[in-house]
Design a protein around this ligand. Structure first.
Ligand code: ADP
Length: 501
């Protein structure tokens, strides 16, 4: 608490050995202490031990980071060529790849995800940064002809200082989704990591400096939502906020924007996504994807396929084989070679999920497998499948964000489209069928930002991602994300004589 905490500590992971973990706030390309000298502990979800402490940003630190980002935006970054913006992003992508083992190990330590899965995250993060590096010199406007007396051009300009608030489920992947397009478009950023998982973002910040970004262009701070996050959302000199997290917090952020400077807001929020399996699906394939759809990342995905609808002709067989498949998911130490599912991220999340499991049991749903804590140390939960679930049950309505799914039987296409859409969310959905007409008809009818056919959770940085309804505003990834980070300027030049004499 006193400010004498070191700015770097040695941390050890089983896969990357010892490494130097920065603990400061990354502002102006330097790691600095928080103004109040406050720190907070980072808990390892695998064994509940304290990994280390990091400096905690409060409002004063947010002010300093925003000033740094403003100075960089109005100064060197504005003068930088698009080509050079792209070059540094691509360099950062290369550094992510060069440090893939270290970054993946830090993610596994911090978040509890299997290190094999974390490696995929880092590869995808590098892909995303490189992709937006490629966009930097392709952001173009147009010339619009309104008549011989006027020359008009319409250009895309950066928005300015972007506050970015990210969650703990994919710490570095979300870091890249936010930073990539913002930087490509010429903005500067103040990014706040989630309080549960601050470590990877700070290690990646070291790479920002190594890649050659000018000071102040990318600032990364650790801190809590109600203090540092709220300070970003209501800051008068932040021009835009991009947020990924819960729908409840998304509403708070919109209100903060409305109550401050009406900063532009994009939101990627929760989901309760339907995963629909028709009688004519390739059942082995469907089971693999349904399993991956819900249990990947321990169910901690906003797009998790948590509502599973299976057509009546294959329902019994599906449940039997899905149970067998899910029981083969190896749950345990994130650093063990075969682990698929590690612990949930925190005690709070663990308690929330166990609360939902209890509610499901009390409501009369049948526990097909799981339903319990696994082991007595760390936040491990057994993969849990509920059947006999009705639409009014809490476990069918609310986002659980854990390894828990609900299965229900359906008869007809129309019925499942109606039930699939009966939710306030609209982030993702999936259809499993061999019939092309069914695939297209159902995909078009589902109110979701992404619909997968015969697959699940297969996100790609070239494909837009975001929500219908209460799942969000705006789209991340793909060309669509550039809209979040640019504003349109119309320049109209009078060529002829004055109109009014
Ligand atoms: P969860 O409940 O899964 O932790 P949150 O939406 O609370 O999800 O958190 C996602 C991110 O939002 C984190 O970085 C967190 O610190 C931040 N956050 C939480 N509350 C606020 C808030 N009131 N204002 C701004 N950011 C917040």
């Amino acid at each position: 608490m006193s400010g004498d905490h070191p700015l770097s500590v040695t941390v050890e992971t089983p896969t990357a050995g010892k490494y130097e973990q920065p603990t400061g706030l990354f502002i102006n390309n330097e790691f600095v202490k928080a103004q109040d000298g406050k720190t907070f502990e980072v808990i390892n979800p695998t064994d509940e031990s304290v990994t280390c402490s990091v400096y905690e940003a409060t409002e004063k630190d947010v002010d300093i980071a925003v000033s740094a980002a403003r100075k960089a935006f109005e100064g060197p970054w504005r003068k930088e060529t698009p080509e050079n913006r792209g070059k540094v992003l691509v360099k950062l992508a290369d550094l992510f790849e060069k440090n893939l083992d270290l970054l993946a190990s830090v993610e596994a330590l911090d978040n509890g995800k299997a290190v094999s899965m974390a490696k995929v995250d880092i590869g995808m993060a590098a892909g995303c940064l490189r992709y937006y590096g490629g966009w930097a010199d392709k952001i173009e406007g147009k010339v619009t002809d309104t008549g011989p007396d006027t020359f008009n051009y319409i250009k895309k300009e950066p928005i300015g200082v972007c506050g970015q608030i990210i969650p703990w489920n994919f710490p570095l992947l979300m870091w890249s989704w936010k930073i990539g397009p913002a930087i490509a478009c010429g903005n500067t950023v103040v990014l706040k990591t989630a309080e549960q998982t601050p470590l990877g973002g700070l290690v990646a910040a070291k790479l920002v400096k190594e890649a050659g970004f000018p000071p102040g262009v990318i600032n990364v701070i650790s801190g809590f939502g109600k203090t540092a996050g709220a300070a970003i959302a209501s800051h008068m000199d932040v021009d835009k906020v991009a947020f990924t997290g819960s729908t409840v917090t998304g509403r708070t952020i919109l209100k903060a924007s409305a109550g401050s400077n009406l900063k532009k807001v994009t939101l990627e929020l929760g989901g309760k996504s339907p995963n629909i399996v028709f009688d004519d699906a390739d059942i082995d394939n469907a089971i693999s994807w349904v399993n991956f759809g819900i249990f990947f990342n321990h169910g901690q995905c906003c797009c998790a396929g948590s509502r599973i609808y299976v057509q009546e002709g294959i329902y019994d067989e599906f449940i039997k084989r899905f149970k067998e498949r899910a029981q083969k998911n190896v749950v345990g130490d994130p650093f063990a070679k075969d682990t698929f599912q590690g612990p949930q991220v925190s005690q709070l999340q663990f308690d929330r999920i166990m609360g939902y499991i209890k509610a499901g049991k009390e409501a009369g749903a049948k526990v097909e497998i799981g339903g319990n804590r696994k082991g007595d140390k760390g936040y491990f939960i057994e993969p849990t499948i509920f059947s006999n679930v009705t639409e009014d049950m809490k476990i069918m309505q609310e986002e659980i964000f854990g390894p828990v799914c609900s299965i229900s039987k359906f008869k007809t296409k129309d019925e499942v489209i109606a039930t699939g859409n009966k939710t306030t969310y609209g982030l993702a959905a999936a259809v499993h069928t061999r019939n092309l007409n069914t695939a297209i008809e159902v995909s078009n009818a589902l109110k979701a930002g992404t619909v997968w056919v015969n697959t699940y959770n297969t996100l790609h940085h070239q494909m837009p991602f975001g929500g219908y309804k209460e799942s969000g505003q705006g789209r991340e990834l793909g060309e669509a994300a550039l809209d979040n980070y640019t504003q349109t300027k119309t320049v109209s030049i009078r060529l002829g004589d004055a109109l009014f004499g």
